[in-house]
Design a protein around this ligand. Sequence first.
Ligand code: NAD
Length: 485
Amino acid sequence: MKYGVLSNYIGGKKTPSASERKMDVFSPLDGTLLGQIPLSNQTDLDAAVTAAKSAAPAWAAMPVKERVQVFFKYKNLLEQHFDELTQLVHEENGKTIDEAKAEIEKSIELTEFACSMPQLISGEVQEVSRGVECVTQHVAVGVVASIAPFNFPAMVPNWTIPNAIVLGNAMILKPSEIVPLSSLRLAELLKAAGLPDGIFNIVNGDREMVEAICDHPGIDAVSFVGSTKVAKLVYQRASASLKRVVALGGAKNHLMVLPDANPAMTASNVTASMSGCAGQRCMAASAMLGVGNIDHIVTLIAEEARKVVPGKNLGAVISAQAKARIEDYIGQAEKAGAKILVDGRNVVVPGKEGGYYVGPTVIDYVTPDMSVAREEIFGPVISIIRVKNLEEAIHIENANPYGNAASVFTQSGGLARWVADRVSAGMVGVNIGVPVPREPFSFGGWNESKFGACDITGKSSIEFWTKLKKITTKWNPEARTNWMS
Ligand code: NAD
């Protein structure tokens, strides 16, 4: 085991878990055993909350301009350790080196945004009555928890770490038990950057730890990223114990392709969106609504997909179960009468026979009732649904319960705007397959892709990670006294 038995990270130190339960961590690249993580228990969480609670007041009392200095250093450390972090993400998640690099680049961008927080959170001030002034301040919420999924081992933790901590909170991170390595390294870099002990803690674990976090009276806010099923549970359970919660869920992203779309650009965008990170992105294209005659574009998509080669420019999916689930979906579509144009089933990468690979898969003539059209597959699969007109396309997109992303491919600005106004999704792309709003814009979907009021990154997240204090002041005792003066 290259990484041995991993620990938690509490109060600035690697801390063995009090739990006897452990889980093996495998590399999806070739199935090798990387290490074991503890599945922590209530004792571990109590220790993390105690550490966070005792460190939080001094951290929150520092001016934001001082807190942000730690994150300037953290950004430099992410750059200095870029290759090492890239390798960790590649190894534990199975994505390609280029995809892992993009994840660290994005982590750097997220940190840069947090470093601009002093400029973003300066309060408002106004003389609201004669001699009476009102001032607003963003105050830290306290101890916050961040629960992460497997698909972005470094980026999703960094969606929350820099912003929440710069804004004065102490954090407990629960990484995905499937990909715990990158987070532990981030904890060491935060300490090296000068973050006081106890402000960032990690408790490894599974469902039991998530439930303990939702229930813990010492935790004030919870952010969650993962599947819709669990997002709902976390939203309900943590809200029931009166925490503020934002819970991001799964997705079924629809791309609408119009006959006038630029064929080459559309084909490369659709293919990159559905196959990037082996389709394990909550922003991945999953269903394509082909409006009218788009045969020429479908042919190009199939050609592009054939250039995506597992083990080369296509990474592994996360587990043997994920591979079986994705292949089963393809089989269901075939059985239901869809046409498999490019088939990614039964792929074996020479020299990596123990890895979990699914090739890019293009399925044509899918109908809206098929499981591949309705459910999140989370693999490199695109289901093409042929529709007569844009109304039909909008109807299908609007009927899906998720609402993370939607895109339209066309050369008509008017039609693009018509579609953008009607799709029911939080993030919309025009001629863009993965419409992630880069900083300072915030990330967050609609409908069953997100529960809670704020987005998880960008300016919107400031409202989540802080409480707004309004201070009204009067220094003119000679003024008339009524309720406005
Ligand atoms: P998951 O829901 O299985 O796990 C996410 C977290 O929840 C993990 O930390 C896990 O330990 C915990 N968990 C799992 N089952 C639980 C249960 N029954 N009770 C309590 N906690 C539980 O998700 P995943 O498989 O790690 O990640 C993939 C999913 O995440 C996909 O659905 C994807 O769309 C979604 N995702 C969404 C976004 C977004 O921004 N909306 C971003 C990334 C991933």
